[in-house]
Design a protein around this ligand. Structure first.
Ligand SMILES: Cc1cc2nc3c(=O)[nH]c(=O)nc-3n(C[C@H](O)[C@H](O)[C@H](O)COP(=O)(O)OP(=O)(O)OC[C@H]3O[C@@H](n4cnc5c(N)ncnc54)[C@H](O)[C@@H]3O)c2cc1C
Length: 341
């Protein structure tokens, strides 16, 4: 187990609201650590609609999901906040106003404040509902790619018909020794340009395309050696392979947060609107995951919630200090924290 990290606040979720919470805590002089299950910063904005325009961020007539996240990252740069990506908080426990959090990678945090900015829950890959297939996870079956060179000179079978499946078919066809793409339909839900690239590779004999078929079984002694696919009429086909990639999209799960004893409202967490604290002292819920009468799941609502929660978090992190309300325009103290010269 790694050493315990002590901090003023642990923020669960690196979506737009988690990022703005870093700012609101930072200008009050509070340090935070951010943990996100995904391999990148940005939550729904980066994962679901990076190129789509957003029109209702105050004073920003138009931005994209991704440019909003890039600007938030710029805004919090002065605080040098550590991000723990590809990691999820599994367990929490408390002792004398201090929360202990354990991550899926065995990191331990101790903090007086937890901000849950988990949006619609953690994004988890959709998996085929076949036990025999799940048995080979990380023994030849993966749901994402962290290093494409791992697939060099390997026989790879990709399942799926969306952007990830098509993008990786095209990309890996440059380095893998053999690529098959298997999809349950004839049509693909991916950018036309990539679909055309894939079809050209099929014509050139560089990609083996199998449609109207699905994964039905995997065979291999210690790890994947063969995958069996079944077409819509029940006919089976065996493809020999070293690696299988399944890109069936992502689903959202509240995950372990469900078991922390918080008052829930369906898949959201009940909070009071004074400081966005939950039913447990020191645990706040902000952004899409919080619930109160009249809640709007908008980015701007999450920003407001983060500002108020940060004020209460200050009183827990620094009980002996008085918090004085100050504008960023006129506070030299805040400007110093932001590195303004
Ligand atoms: C297509 C689309 C268009 C939209 N357009 C607009 C718009 O125009 N204007 C607007 O205001 N809003 C819009 N929204 C909604 C907006 O994106 C959300 O309100 C916003 O993303 C909420 O931010 P958040 O930080 O609360 O959560 P999210 O963006 O959902 O981020 C939450 C993060 O928490 C992580 N997480 C969750 N649980 C855990 C856990 N247990 N451990 C670790 N990490 C965890 C997730 O991986 C995720 O990265 C749109 C949404 C969609 C899908």
């Amino acid at each position: 187990m790694s050493e315990t990290i002590k901090t003023d606040c642990v923020i669960i979720g690196a979506g737009p609201v988690g990022l703005f919470a870093v700012f609101e805590l930072g200008i009050l002089g509070l340090e935070s650590h951010v943990v996100d299950n995904l391999d990148k910063i940005g939550g729904q904005c980066a994962e679901l609609y990076p190129d789509k325009p957003i029109y209702d961020i105050p004073a920003l007539p138009e931005c994209t999901g991704l440019s909003l996240i890039e600007n938030l990252q710029k805004q919090i740069k002065p605080f040098n906040t550590p991000f723990h990506l590809n990691e999820r908080i599994n367990e929490i426990s408390s002792d004398n106003d201090i929360w202990t959090l354990k991550t899926s990678r065995d990191k331990v945090f101790e903090t007086p404040n937890i901000f849950i900015a988990g949006g619609v829950g953690s994004f988890e890959p959709r998996k085929p509902p076949i036990d025999n297939v799940l048995k080979y996870e990380n023994k030849g079956i993966k749901y994402s790619i962290s290093d494409k060179n791992f697939y060099r000179d390997k026989k790879v079978v990709i399942f799926g018909g969306g952007d990830s499946a098509l993008d990786w078919t095209v990309e890996l066809s440059k380095i893998a020794s053999h690529i098959s793409l298997v999809h349950r339909r004839d049509e693909f839900k991916a950018a036309n340009h990539t679909v055309n690239q894939m079809r050209d590779l099929v014509k050139a004999g560089k990609v083996n395309l199998v449609t109207k078929s699905q994964i039905s079984n995997v065979q291999g002694s210690d790890r994947v050696e063969k995958v069996i696919i079944k077409d819509n009429d029940g006919n089976e086909k065996i493809i020999e392979c070293d690696e299988i990639l399944i890109f069936y999209g992502l689903k959202m799960e509240l995950g372990p947060i469900n078991d922390w004893g918080l008052n829930l409202h369906e898949k959201q967490i009940d909070v009071n609107t004074e400081d966005f604290e939950t039913s447990l002292p020191g645990i706040f819920a902000i952004g899409d995951i919080s619930y109160y009468p009249g809640k709007l799941k908008l980015i701007l609502s999450g920003f407001h919630e983060a500002a108020l929660a940060a004020q209460k978090a200050f009183t827990r992190a620094k009980p002996d200090e008085t918090l004085t309300f100050r504008y960023t325009t006129s506070s030299s103290d805040i400007q110093k924290k932001l590195g303004v010269k």
